[in-house]
Design a protein around this ligand. Structure first.
Ligand code: SF4
Length: 88
């Protein structure tokens, strides 16, 4: 995986679209800043092996059993998805 941004880390809680709190240090950080090494990846569709991008903002879940496959978008949080398979 390429560099991990705070906004894509599980160790980050957003305050608004630009900033949030680093859970491990308690500091306010920018969402687009690179997270320190060792921070956990937030399960999101874009980090899932079942996600197939269709343009920059949309995609399809290849794990879907329905036809047509259901839409997914890259930043959709997938903590509750049983089919999530993290791309290594
Ligand atoms: S399996 Fe879940 S996390 Fe993966 S792309 Fe489909 S909806 Fe997203």
């Amino acid at each position: 995986m390429e560099k991990l941004l705070y906004r894509d880390s599980r160790n980050y809680v957003p305050i608004d679209v630009t900033k949030g709190i680093d859970h491990l240090t308690g500091e306010t950080v920018m969402a687009d800043k690179e997270a320190p090494k060792g921070y956990e990846v937030m399960p999101k569709c874009k980090n899932c092996a079942n996600f197939k991008a269709d343009g920059e903002q949309m995609g399809v879940c290849e794990g879907s059993m329905s036809e047509p496959k259901f839409f997914a978008y890259p930043d959709m949080v997938a903590i509750t998805c049983d089919m999530y398979k993290e791309v290594k």
